[in-house]
Design a protein around this ligand. Structure first.
Ligand SMILES: NC(=O)c1ccc[n+]([C@@H]2O[C@H](COP(=O)([O-])OP(=O)(O)OC[C@H]3O[C@@H](n4cnc5c(N)ncnc54)[C@H](O)[C@@H]3O)[C@@H](O)[C@H]2O)c1
Length: 385
């Protein structure tokens, strides 16, 4: 049932509230009459120019680290709800940073609430589709499978699809929509989010502190930092196109993903906060449907008003999943739905991009670093076009 008590004006904390999803969640909370405090480090790799102008003057802004006990205690004091959205996100190998920023900070929130008997009524946490690792598939012979990630040897052979993991089976798997039931992360980031998710449910239940973990698919829209290495395909391809260069597609471009508008994500966060049916649950927050990367690129190219063919180079990014498309059926049962199509995402994102001061395409610099670090690798296929 919709939970009336949360609708009474209350003060809430949004960690990571200067970021992409955090700031849109803050704006929606303010619109709904909540008082908002933000705790954000203004991490330099996301905010190289400091505090973003889009942060409302109505926000009480605390600059600080979510893994710092004093900063977190100050931020928690006097609020009745928490949105824990701050995170470290990257493809690099500083594994401990993921655990510190994402998981340790979550445990710290619970520790302080329990120790100081703080009057917090609900915590909504940013989890991620990455908790599913390679995702959910079906084999013609063996039925549903949750395979591990593909080996480097397989990818070097340009053998992109997933093999059935059952001994002796020669079938390729077909992807199916991912529900919330089984997690199987294989990156430090995914593991940090899976642990956050479990801490939330288990500690929440133990201490009667309602929580909801939100497993976002790829979130897109205005304010997605150009500088965040994780901000992904829309930003990278848009900057390539604006600079009249072709987007570079890894593998064969047939990999499926789902994309969700940041405003739909902000609504999901607030809904999960306000609705007690979401208590102690985890929810996928996904796009309308899956789309392969080639079709996605075509739509984006059209939206950008360009006539440029992408390059399918035969490179691959080691650690990428093949097909990951979430089902948001569970969240839809609470009344949420996608209000924005992929076309809306592109329109809103492009409008914002053209308002930014520096539209330089840095893809080649970043690609060179990722190749040196063997994150991006060449398969046996040479450039196809
Ligand atoms: N953007 C996506 O596609 C996506 C997908 C799945 C999950 N998520 C999760 O959603 C949340 C928000 O992501 P986003 O895309 O808005 O990222 P973002 O980088 O735009 O925002 C994150 C914010 O957290 C702050 N931050 C980072 N480390 C901090 C720390 N130690 N202490 C305090 N603040 C810190 C940053 O300064 C930034 O303002 C994250 O938890 C992320 O893991 C995002």
């Amino acid at each position: 049932m919709s939970c009336g008590i949360y609708k009474n004006l209350m003060k809430v904390l949004v960690t990571g509230g200067a970021g992409f999803i955090g700031s849109h969640t803050v704006d929606l909370l303010l619109q709904k009459g909540y008082e908002v405090r933000v705790l954000d480090l203004l991490q330099e790799r996301v905010h190289p120019y400091g505090k973003p102008e889009y942060i409302s003057k109505e926000v009480e802004f605390n600059q600080g680290d979510v893994s710092d006990r004093d900063a977190m205690l100050n931020a928690l004091n006097g609020v009745e709800g928490v949105f824990h959205l701050a995170a470290y996100q990257d493809y690099m190998k500083d594994f401990s940073n993921f655990i510190k920023a994402n998981t340790y900070s979550t445990a710290l929130i619970f520790e302080l609430i329990v120790e100081k008997k703080l009057n917090i009524k609900k915590i909504v946490l940013a989890s991620s589709q990455s908790v599913y690792g390679e995702g959910k598939y079906t084999c013609k012979v063996h039925g549903i499978q949750y395979p591990d990630s593909r080996s480097v040897e397989q990818l070097e052979e340009a053998d992109w699809e997933i093999h059935c993991p059952q001994a002796g089976c020669k079938e390729y798997l077909t992807s199916v929509l991912i529900d919330e039931a089984v997690t199987n992360p294989f990156t430090a980031y995914g593991i940090s989010k899976e642990a956050l998710d479990r801490l939330a449910v288990k500690l929440g239940k133990r201490y009667q502190l309602p929580t909801a973990s939100m497993r976002y698919s790829i979130v897109q829209g205005p304010r997605n930092s150009f500088f965040n290495a994780y901000s992904g395909v829309c930003r990278i391809f848009t900057l390539r196109l604006i600079n009249n260069k072709p987007p570079a597609i890894y593998e064969d471009g047939k990999q499926l993903r789902d994309y969700v508008h940041v405003l739909d994500v902000a609504r999901a966060n607030v809904l999960a906060f306000e609705d007690s049916r979401a208590d102690y649950e985890s929810f996928n927050v996904g796009g309308i449907e899956g789309i392969n990367l080639l079709d996605y690129t075509k739509l984006l190219t059209k939206a950008a008003g360009k006539n440029i063919e992408p390059v399918v180079s035969g490179y691959f990014r080691y650690g990428d999943t093949r097909h990951t498309v979430s089902s948001s059926e569970k969240l839809k049962k609470l009344g949420w739905k996608n209000e924005h199509t992929l076309e809306n995402i592109f329109k809103d994102y492009l409008k914002w991009v053209y308002e930014q001061p520096d539209l330089k395409d840095r893809y080649e610099e970043i690609e060179a670093i990722m190749k040196k670090q063997k994150v991006i690798r060449q398969s046996k296929i040479q450039a196809l076009s």
